[in-house]
Design a protein. Sequence first.
Length: 173
Amino acid sequence: MGQRGGHADREALSGAPQAGDAEALPAPLAAVVQEFDGADRGMRTEMLIEYADQFASVPATVATRPFPESARAPRCESEAYVFATDRADGTLDLWFAVENPQGLSAKAWGAILGDTLSGQPLEQVVRVPQDTIFKIFGRDISMGKGQGLIGMLDVVQHEARRRLQRRGAGGAV
């Protein structure tokens, strides 16, 4: 799981995605949002296909089929699964499986989330606004597709919140 194109060192977008929270987007995700800013529909589609082509399914060392229902992203028609493994520094590595071979949007979103949120502070991961999806995919995505992508982000944020709660309760991460 690397940073695609070295985006980690780019600055966050100007204008906070959430009012009063200038650090809502981790820098690598902000850089991806910036890449899509102003892209017309054709260019956006090409960029998303490029991300989908980079998608690598969860390695067998993390999870194997049949995947547990607890890892399944709610509302995702492409049958996406989200897995999180702990890093020594208290952050997460994020892994995805997309069972529908035609699930290009879910694969693109999984590649983006894995590349941009793995290794980021959990406090930032839980604050990524759902609107980020529409900044990347555009406002004209179908309701079903949008709900599935939100479901993937929901599972990622649930995993981050679980670790933060454990940490707050004095448990090891």
